[in-house]
Write a protein that binds this ligand. Structure first.
Ligand code: ATP
Ligand code: MG
Length: 639
């Protein structure tokens, strides 16, 4: 039995969950009352499987709820505390943000933007990114944010898919001390795309950019624009945005989210999971180019009038202590990051976080991948000083908001390192077999969601058939997220990795997360990624790629020691056939390891779509890493 951490924040609400279990539709309807609606809905849920519409007939606006509602109560409250990579700082109160957004919304209108038009946003992590999203939402335009590190081709694919009429970009952005020339990338991306009418350029880094007939300078557009712009009264199911997934399993999918249901999901989860209070300073390290940035860096916190910290650069730049310095400087109370980032911080050692005052922290969160128990404990001990609950939040771009997580804002639940605990109220999840039958405790299977939920995607943009196929064809009446999982005898969920990545060794099934956590629990291993290749006898054999902690020497026995450790931890079937030490693993910009790539390389196949890998510069880095892996494999074959 794992050690549990009975840590809570003093809440003991027994009613919320009970109500949700009794009637989930009525329950979500009650939660919807927390938002401001222009017109109330007639029907809470219209469910024509697999398409759900929430709060049908209701009229609402995301920007109105994130700005006007807060300004009416507390206009001078700080909304954004921005820290630039080069140390520049900017602060915006809710009133200032409201005016800025209104001005920019009017600027968009002056360019002919109408409700339903798609707008591509390709900006660095600066307040103008949030301003752009809220301005689109204000007038009913559909935003589609693209990571500011993506290449021209990946932007072109997305702009063509969404048929965006306007692109919002900057002259450039800072990334690890260099200037990334964003406008230049856009020029290349939209060549001959006649449907793109305008490119709006925010001058951020002061590099020369070319202004043609399509280009408009952001600063000129807002200068004389009116700071008043009434928010459009939009149907609850009006699309708020399109967001392409991380692309770890293949070509990114254009996930389409609505407004009313999505906001209700975010409002509720932000309160329950983060136990948000008026005095909190909230810091989420996600890039807005992925869903955590949309839901829990922008919309969720703003709906609650929260003060958020936004950082422009990479989490370990200019120094590996950057995050800890920011926490200490701004007295951050809630910190939300990824297991990948944590593994990196851990690799740098304890001295850096210990040199900063982290005493303001009261709650920690993680998202994006299963968190290795070893890393969880480090987060709990070294960052949280054993006083902060950790919310391990499982969800996806498609789910819009958090689905499985402890909810310390409602109740106290003993935490188990590595488990996202249980579904939030209103969500019913299960672990099932191939046929959709519930599996007993301790048996591995597929995660399934049994009933529609408010943050659920509307569809995949322009492709209802693919939507049905990807999420609703494995089980007709349940949503299929594509994750491998297990429930323990206490009902806790353990996410074991992607269903597609499951390793089948001698009749046993192993999730990538189980193995990787086994490797990471060895003292000298910082990061691990596993995949398998076909094997005549065992069916598949395990290949492991390991990154060692700083300063660890590759002694002759190290591989053997690690192998014996993993055999002890998991069993003889976990013995890797090949084990490689590498200096870095291929990751997406959102920090996820692209196992699909490792597999392709191990099998010497085409690597496929890698457009979502880190930033432009890192594509080369990754190619280098891939070559390193290839060479090692080659060398070992020769031996
Ligand atoms: P694509 O669908 O294009 O392959 P992606 O699935 O990586 O991309 P996201 O929507 O950003 O894109 O990631 C969601 C996935 O991340 C989940 O399906 C799950 O596998 C993983 N994940 C997220 N949070 C957690 C968590 N707390 N624990 C375990 N896994 C998580
Ligand atoms: Mg996915």
């Amino acid at each position: 039995m794992e050690t549990t951490y009975p840590i809570g924040l003093g809440h003991n609400d027994t009613q919320t969950r009970k109500k949700a279990d009794q009637d989930y539709v009525k329950f979500w309807e009650e939660q919807a009352e927390n938002l401001s609606w222009f017109e109330k809905w007639d029907k809470t849920l219209q469910w024509s499987p697999p398409f759900a519409k929430w709060f049908v007939g209701g009229k609402i606006n995301a920007s109105y709820n994130a700005l006007d509602v807060i300004v009416a109560k507390n206009p001078e409250k700080k909304a954004i505390l921005w820290v630039g990579e080069n140390g520049n700082k900017k602060e915006l109160s809710y009133r200032e943000l409201y005016q800025y957004v209104s001005k920019f919304a009017n600027a968009l209108k002056s360019l002919g933007v109408k409700k339903g038009d798609r707008i591509t946003i390709y900006l660095p992590m600066i307040p103008e990114l949030i301003v752009s999203m809220l301005a689109c939402a204000r007038i009913g335009a559909i935003h589609t944010v693209i990571f500011s590190g993506f290449s021209a081709q990946s932007i072109r694919d997305r702009v063509e898919d969404s048929k965006s009429k306007i692109i919002i970009t900057a002259d450039g952005g800072f990334r690890r001390g260099t200037i990334v020339q964003l406008k230049q990338v856009i020029d290349e991306a939209i060549q001959d795309l006649d449907f793109v009418e305008n490119v709006i350029v925010f001058e951020h880094v002061n590099v020369q950019v070319s202004y043609g007939t399509k280009e408009k300078r952001w600063q000129d557009l807002v200068q004389n624009a009116s700071p008043i712009c009434d928010a459009e009264k939009l149907d609850s199911a009006h699309p708020l945005y399109i967001l392409y997934t991380s692309g770890t399993t293949g070509k990114p999918k254009g996930v389409l989210h609505g407004t009313g249901g999505y906001l209700v999901h975010l409002y509720s989860t932000f309160k329950w999971v983060f136990d948000i209070k008026d005095s909190d300073i909230y810091f989420c390290t996600a890039d807005i180019g992925w869903v955590t940035g949309h839901s829990y860096m922008a919309y969720g916190p703003l709906l609650h009038g929260t003060t958020l910290v936004m950082y422009e650069g990479a989490p370990d730049y200019p120094t590996p202590a950057r995050m800890w310095e920011i926490i200490s400087q701004y007295k951050v109370t809630i910190f939300y990051t990824t297991p990948t980032a944590l593994r990196m911080f851990m690799k740098y050692g304890d001295a850096l976080p210990n040199s900063q005052d982290l005493s303001s922290l009261r709650l920690l969160g993680t998202v994006g991948e299963p968190i290795n128990p070893e890393v969880w404990r480090w987060y709990y001990d070294t960052i949280g000083k054993q006083k902060c609950p950790i919310v391990d939040t499982w969800w996806q771009t498609e789910t819009g908001g958090i689905m499985l997580s402890p909810v310390p804002g409602l109740e106290t639940i003993p935490l188990k390192p590595g488990s996202a605990t249980k579904p939030i109220p209103g969500i019913v999840a299960a672990v099932v077999d191939e046929n959709g039958k519930s599996l007993p405790a301790g048996t591995k299977g597929y995660l399934a969601i049994r009933q529609p939920w408010p943050g659920m995607l509307l569809s995949l943009y322009g492709d209802d058939e693919k939507y049905k196929l990807v999420y609703w064809s494995k089980y007709k009446t349940m949503y299929y997220p594509g994750d491998y999982a297990m429930q323990d005898s206490d009902g806790y969920f353990w996410m074991l990795g992607r269903a597609d990545d499951v390793l089948k060794i001698a009749g046993h099934r192993l999730g990538t997360a189980e193995l990787e956590s086994g490797f990471v629990s060895y003292k000298s291993v910082a990061e691990a990624a596993v995949c398998s290749i076909p094997h005549e006898v065992k069916g598949e054999s395990i290949i492991a790629f390991l990154v060692l902690k700083e300063g660890v020497l590759q002694t002759p026995n190290l591989k053997e020691e690690i192998t014996s450790h993993i055999r002890k931890m998991i069993g003889p079937i976990a013995t890797p056939d090949q084990l490689y030490f590498v200096s870095k693993l291929p990751k997406t910009r959102s920090g996820k390891i692209m196992r699909r790539l490792l597999k392709a390389i191990a099998k010497d196949e085409q690597v496929g779509d890698i457009s979502t890998l880190e930033d432009e510069a890192s594509v080369d880095e990754v190619r280098g890493a891939l070559n390193e892996l290839k060479q090692t494999i080659q060398k070992n074959k020769v031996k």
